[in-house]
Design a protein around this ligand. Structure first.
Ligand SMILES: [Fe+2]
Length: 515
C-alpha cells in the first residue's frame, strides 16, 4: 500500500513516532520485546533502489534479526532533499515472512530526471538514507548519461573495495550484469568465509544473499544511485541452462524456483516481476530521454542447453568446432524465440544510442587459430550460440544502428571488442561495439592464456583477466567515453583504484577507438 503525495509537507516527527508505536502495539507482548529490542538491527542488509522510470522507482529493503513477526508494517518516505523536509511521497508496505520480510515500495508521481532521498521505518528503527534518481521523460532532450557496469562479486575470494569506489562516483545508474551471489561453499582458506556449504534451497539462497549484502561497501553502492540488474548463472547454479543444471539434477526446476524467489526478495524489482514458480521475467527496456534506449536481456532462463557437454553431465565445455557441428545448428537459441523477437522489434531507430545490457562476452573468442580450421570455443557464452549471435547482429546491421553498444560480464576479465558480421573475415564490417567488464572480486583465467589467444581474435582490442574492478561510462549524443577502473588489490578492503585504459565510441560509427 503506498500513497503518492507530490508536494505534500512532511509529517510531524511526533506523528511518525505514534504510527510506529501503534504498529508495534498490535503484536503479542513477547514479540514486542523482541521487535523493540534496540540491539537487534532491523535494516542490517541496507537499502536499495532500482528500475527507475520517469515517474517512479522501486525502493527495496529486507528486515533482519530474530523475533520478527509474520507480518510487519514498514513505512517508507521519499523526499526531494537529503534532510527529508520536502517529502515527495510516503506510504507503507507489509513485510511478510513468506517473502523473507522483503519490501518493494513503488512510489509514483515523481518528477523526471531528478534526485530523491529515501528511507524506511519499522519496529522503532529507521534505515540509513539512500539516494536515487528518476529517468528523464522519454521525449526529453538529455545531454548525458553516467553509469558503470559491474558483475561477479564472489564473497569469499576478495573484498569489495571496487564498490566503495563505485559509491564515490557521480552516477545516474549502476548496471549489475550478473553473479550477485555464488552458490559454492567457501574455498579453503577464504579471504572471508561464506556459511552453509553449497547452496540449493530457499533458506540457503536467502542466507547467501544476506552474507553478500552484509558488506558495507556494497550497501554504500546501492545507496548511492539506482541500479538496473540482470542475473547470470550463479544466482542459481554454475552453467545452468533453462531447466537443466550442470549436474543434471532430477528436480532442477524446484531449485530454480527457490533461487529466483530469493533473487526477487533481495533486489529492487517491482512487485509485477515477482516470480511465479520457476519463472521470472527480468528482460525489459528503459529510455533515457532522447539520448539512449537501454535493453536488458536474459540469456539464462530461455536458452537451449549447451552443445557438446562433457560426458554424463550438462553445462559448458571448450570444444573444437569441427568436433561439435551442433554448435552451428541455426535453430539454437540463447534468448529463446519470444525474447529474441522482442529484442529484434525493439531496436530504437531514432535515438543515437542502443545500449544492450546482458550477461557475457558477445565477441567471438577462439582459443586456437580458426584460420587453420581449428577454432576452439567455450560453449556457455555467445560462442556456443553463433547462429543466435549472427541473427542479433544482422538485425542491428539491417536497421543501420551505428550507436549499438553491448555490455557484459561473466568472464572475469576486461574485454573491449568490435562486433562483426563475420569474425573470421578481416574485411567484414564492424556492426557494434562491446565492453565486457571484469569482476568486482571473482577470479579470472591466467593472463598468459588470454595473451596466447589474442592473435586469433584481432577484433578484440583489450583483454585482461588479471584485473578486478568495473567500467565507467560517460555518454552524450556524440560519444561514449569508457574508463576501465581497476583496483590495486582486491584482497584489501581499502584498496585504491586507477584507470587502466580509456576508450571512445562515436555514435555515428560502430567500433571502439582508443581514448
Ligand atoms: Fe562470475
Amino acid at each position: 500500500m503506498w500513497a503518492s503525495e507530490p508536494g505534500s509537507k512532511p509529517a510531524p516527527r511526533s506523528r511518525r513516532l505514534l504510527l510506529q508505536s501503534g504498529a508495534a502495539l498490535s503484536f503479542a507482548p513477547w514479540l514486542i520485546r523482541h521487535a523493540l529490542a534496540t540491539d537487534v538491527p532491523r535494516f542490517a542488509l541496507g537499502i536499495a533502489s532500482g528500475q527507475p522510470r520517469a515517474d517512479g522507482v522501486v525502493l527495496w529493503t529486507r528486515l533482519t534479526g530474530a523475533g520478527l513477526p509474520e507480518r510487519v508494517t514498514v513505512q517508507w518516505e521519499i523526499a526531494r532533499d537529503e534532510a527529508f523536509t520536502d517529502i515527495a511521497a510516503r506510504g507503507e508496505e507489509a513485510a511478510e515472512a513468506n517473502w523473507a520480510h522483503s519490501v518493494h515500495a513503488e512510489p509514483a508521481g515523481l518528477a523526471p530526471a531528478r534526485w530523491y532521498w529515501y528511507r524506511f521505518t519499522a519496529l522503532g528503527q529507521q534505515s540509513t538514507v539512500g539516494r536515487t534518481h528518476t529517468a528523464p521523460a522519454p521525449d526529453a532532450i538529455v545531454s548525458s548519461l553516467n553509469f558503470v557496469i559491474t558483475s561477479c562479486q564472489r564473497y569469499d575470494v576478495g573484498h569489495y573495495a571496487a564498490w566503495r569506489h563505485v559509491a564515490a562516483e557521480e552516477l545516474d545508474l549502476v548496471m549489475f550484469l550478473g553473479d550477485y551471489i555464488y552458490e559454492y561453499a567457501s574455498r579453503p582458506l577464504p579471504v572471508r568465509p561464506v556459511e552453509g556449504g553449497h547452496v540449493r534451497t530457499l533458506a540457503q539462497y536467502r542466507a547467501r544473499y544476506a552474507t553478500h549484502k552484509s558488506d558495507p561497501a556494497l550497501q554504500a553502492a546501492h545507496a548511492a544511485a539506482p541500479w538496473l540488474l540482470v542475473w547470470d548463472d550463479h544466482e542459481v547454479a554454475n552453467d545452468y541452462a533453462n531447466l537443466q543444471g550442470q549436474d543434471l539434477e532430477p528436480d532442477f526446476k524446484t531449485q530454480r524456483a527457490a533461487a529466483y524467489r530469493a533473487y526477487w526478495e533481495h533486489m529492487p524489482f517491482p512487485k509485477s516481476a515477482r516470480p511465479v514458480d520457476a519463472d521470472m521475467r527480468i528482460f525489459g527496456r528503459l529510455d533515457w530521454g532522447r539520448l539512449a534506449r537501454i535493453h536488458l536481456i536474459d540469456d539464462r532462463q530461455y536458452r537451449d542447453v549447451q552443445a557438446c557437454p562433457k560426458p554424463g553431465r550438462g553445462g559448458s565445455n571448450t570444444v573444437a568446432l569441427k568436433a561439435c557441428p551442433e554448435l552451428l545448428d541455426p535453430k539454437r537459441t540463447l534468448l529463446g524465440a519470444a525474447q529474441e523477437q522482442w529484442l529484434a522489434e525493439g531496436w530504437d531507430l531514432t535515438r543515437p544510442w542502443n545500449l544492450l545490457a546482458q550477461q557475457t562476452l558477445m565477441a567471438r573468442f577462439s582459443w586456437t587459430d580458426p584460420a587453420a580450421g581449428a577454432g576452439t570455443y567455450w560453449t556457455d557464452g555467445w560462442d556456443g550460440y553463433p547462429a543466435a549471435r549472427k541473427r542479433l547482429l544482422d538485425g542491428v546491421a539491417q536497421r543501420k544502428l551505428p550507436g549499438t553498444v553491448v555490455f557484459g560480464g561473466d568472464v572475469h576479465a576486461n574485454y573491449v571488442a568490435d562486433l562483426k558480421a563475420d569474425f573470421d573475415d578481416p574485411a567484414s564490417k564492424v556492426i557494434a561495439s562491446e565492453f565486457c567488464g571484469t569482476s568486482i572480486t571473482s577470479l579470472g583465467l591466467a593472463q598468459s592464456r588470454v595473451d596466447a589467444a589474442r592473435a586469433f581474435n584481432p577484433h578484440v582490442h583489450y583483454g585482461r583477466s588479471d584485473q578486478r574492478g568495473y567500467m565507467r561510462f560517460a555518454l552524450d549524443s556524440g560519444q561514449l567515453k569508457a574508463q576501465l577502473r581497476v583496483v590495486d588489490n582486491a584482497l584489501d578492503p581499502s584498496s585504491g583504484i586507477t584507470t587502466a585504459a580509456r576508450f571512445v565510441v562515436d555514435a555515428a560509427r560502430p567500433g571502439v577507438l582508443s581514448g
